[in-house]
Structure formats: C-alpha cells, structure tokens
Design a protein around this ligand. Structure first.
Ligand code: FES
Ligand code: FES
Length: 160
C-alpha cells in the first residue's frame, strides 16, 4: 500500500511519519508511533474508547485517517500529565473510583477534557451530554460524572 508523509504534533512533540494510505489514526498511534493510550474498542465509532483531541476538537481516532492529520495538533491521554503530575481529571478519576477495568478511561478523560476546555463550569447535564458518546461497562457512569464535576471544581478553586 502507498505510504503518505504526515507531520503533526503529538502531545506537543513534533512527529514526521510515513503512514499507509487509508490507515486509521488509532492504528498509526498505537502500532507505529507507540502511543497506546487511545484504546481500540468497537473500531466503528460507537464506543468512544479511541477518543483524542485534534486541534482541540474531540475526535474518534478509529474513524480518522492518519493522512488527514497533516499539520494537526493531536492530544491523547498520554499527554495529560505534566512533569509527572496527573492532570486534575486523572486525579479526580483516581480519587473518585471512576475507573474500574480502565478500558473506557482514556476516552472518557479526553471527552471530559474537551468539555472543560470549552466550559470550565459545567452542569451535571453538560457532563452527561459530553460523555454520551463514551461507553463504560463497569462503573454505572455516576462516579465518572462526579469525577468530572470534581475536577471542574478543583480547577475553579485553583483559578480563584
Ligand atoms: S474504537 Fe473508536 S469509537 Fe470505539
Ligand atoms: S471502567 Fe471498565 S469500561 Fe469503564
């Protein structure tokens, strides 16, 4: 299959790769670049486990062709912690027991980050809507919702 050059930033690092034409961003990230934080669940756009941010927008990496990401800024869960310190969302998920098997967690975190980036003070309904594209088979969702609200509160206290 033809290889296509693609350059982008991944969690702030410049990347220049040749990817097979037609390969998904999920596959390129996991199998070529070595970032396994986006998870391959359904691989058809229904579970949200593969969610990443592309130029600040929440996107499903299983439905995104890697070759369309030329020039993009991509953020995955692997890029959330800074200097070895967990992102407030990661801390809230851990403290609030919002992760069990953990398979949905990277996608949930990215959906939550996308929400808090555009709305730092969300309501419960805002959180429910923001994670509505992400399936969790373990937690019953409530600990996840509470963790996102808790991270938002923690952020607002930091600002104040
Ligand atoms: S793996 Fe992409 S939505 Fe399920
Ligand atoms: S923690 Fe297992 S699927 Fe969500």
């Amino acid at each position: 299959m033809a290889k296509v050059p693609v350059q982008f930033t991944l969690n702030g690092e410049d990347k220049a790769e040749f990817v097979e034409s037609g390969v998904t961003l999920l596959k390129a990230l996991r199998e070529k670049i070595g970032d396994t934080s986006p998870k391959g669940g359904c691989q058809q756009g229904t579970c949200g486990a593969c969610s990443v941010l592309i130029d600040g927008e929440l996107r499903l990496s299983c439905l995104t062709l890697a070759e369309t990401c030329d020039g993009a800024s991509i953020v995955t869960t692997a890029g959330l912690a800074e200097g070895g310190v967990m992102h407030p969302l990661q801390r809230a998920f851990l403290d609030g027991f919002a992760t069990q098997c953990g398979f949905c967690t990277p996608g949930m975190l990215m959906a939550a980050k996308a929400l808090l980036d555009r709305n730092p003070d969300p309501t419960r309904d805002d959180v429910v809507e923001a994670i509505s594209g992400n399936i969790c088979r373990c937690t019953g969702y409530e600990p996840i919702i509470q963790a996102v609200l808790s991270a938002a509160r923690a952020n607002s206290h930091q600002v104040a």
